[in-house]
Write a protein that binds this ligand. Sequence first.
Ligand SMILES: Nc1ncnc2c1ncn2[C@@H]1O[C@H](COP(=O)(O)OP(=O)(O)OP(=O)(O)O)[C@@H](O)[C@H]1O
Ligand SMILES: [Mg+2]
Length: 566
Amino acid sequence: MLLELYWPERRWVLAGEIAFLCKASPVWILPLVTANIIDIIAKRRAGGFGALATNAGIGAAFIVQNIPTGYLFAKFISRAIRNVENRLRSALTRRFQMLSIGYYDRVSAGRLQTKVLRDVESVEQLSRQLSDPAVAAVVSILVAIGVTAWRMPQFLPVLFLLVPLVAIIRHTMSERLRRYNQLFRKELETMSAQVNGMISMIPVTRAHAAEEEEIARVEGRFGKVRDAAQSFDRHATLFGATTWVAFMLFNLSCFTAAAGLTYSGVLSLTPGEIVLLGGYFNAVTAAVMQLNSMLPVITRGFDALHSIGEVLEEPDIEENRGKRAVVSVRGAIRFENVSFEFRREAEEKTALRDVNLDVAPGETIGVVGPSGSGKSTLMSLLTGFLRPTSGRLLLDGVDMNSIDLRSYRRHIAVVGQQTILFDGTLRENIIYGTSRVSEDWLRHAIEAANAGAFIAELPRGLDTPIGEAGARLSGGQRQRIAIARAMLRNPRVLILDEATSALDAASEARVQEALERLMTGRTTFIVAHRVHTLRKANRIVRLENGRLAEEEPGPGKLRFAVPARE
Ligand SMILES: Nc1ncnc2c1ncn2[C@@H]1O[C@H](COP(=O)(O)OP(=O)(O)OP(=O)(O)O)[C@@H](O)[C@H]1O
Ligand SMILES: [Mg+2]
């Protein structure tokens, strides 16, 4: 997956790594230069000064080029890494917009936020480690093997002894480290979800004087995060220390063995060669240790990739690709034996059972029923947020499962039980999702929603940022903004789930009037507890415990005309 991610950046990565090899070359060249210099001194040959100067010059040249090549490396690699980081975040966002609405009932916002922020960052760190220290370590090892093979081939087998050593350490430690990290990450996600929840709950918590309980609950979670982090840290450190000791001992014994063998005359190495050998053994052990010390970051990075993959590969998406887009909607809606079950882990909860309902274009259907009877669920089926668990839902005679819901939703407007406003101006909130709105039409919608008066009182009218006005918008005002939104869309299907429940009698009457005007000629579903809001309904259906229990003829005073096709 990491390779796939970096494939589009391969040119930058390649350029970066070439620059990197140049930049890092002194590390591998200097031991050779040092060995040469030592041998020059040891042999005291004639013309030694010239050779010394040459060696020193070569060494210095390799050192100095580090600055420009280092700069190029940073530039290229940073470009690649930042591009990937950016793409990951967009991919996640894109996916969030595709996942079914039901997914968000199961997975909390905090958890998803952690993925966009922390996990992407972990992948970035992983990439940095892999592009710099990891490459350096691998090249060090290769160079050491190469030079050893060239200058002292008899020591090659000793270098390869490192392989089993590394394998043993990895085998015993790294799997455990991965598990600890996974635990830590899960705790962190849960914590983030809980902090998010706590902040949005603050008004409720305060109103119930439950501050201490809430603090204790969240602190309990912090404690778990701390414990998970500590055990990860402990194991990472232990891991690092064990590796260090093992390699240093190995190093020391090799160096002493080489010196001892030369001293006793078994081998004939020059002092320079012994230093060289020592130098490269050091380089190799340092490199292997470097790789090992990177293990926590690498573990975390791959784990983060896995966590991001969880979302990117989550199958619960709203599948719209390849489905037929609807160009116009007449508004005939038919429920055929529709049942719906909420599934959460093993539990199942039937919210609708065998609902049959045939709605003609332009008809207004009032939906009543006790709380929890399934009214909102019925409305969510209409918007396509939920799909029938069994049965069919037909739009203009076509199964909703076979159409591109996005194209259908351009023709509907929903005013729900809660009005969600985003951080923008009032105007942006009202025209959200509607393209090309004339100022007149906007004014009209606002007036019809009975929102003109309170908007005029805001300091900057329509251009007041919600953030500033947010605290000052009452439930009823927010609801009127939602109604203006709906009016503006000029929908063919209108879904009102207790849309006027938060309004006072006077403004409800006015909004009701505007809504009734809006309903004319559109298929409308109104969920309401108050009967007078349903006076213009053609039919009223009653939900009871998920069943469409009775259907009584509505007051049906509304004269509606079937609208012509658009
Ligand atoms: N996301 C969910 N997961 C599991 N069960 C759910 C979910 N949403 C609703 N339910 C259950 O489905 C049933 C129907 O809920 P629904 O929201 O449709 O009721 P309602 O008629 O709109 O109630 P109200 O009048 O209070 O708004 C309820 O028993 C509820 O507990
Ligand atoms: Mg409801």
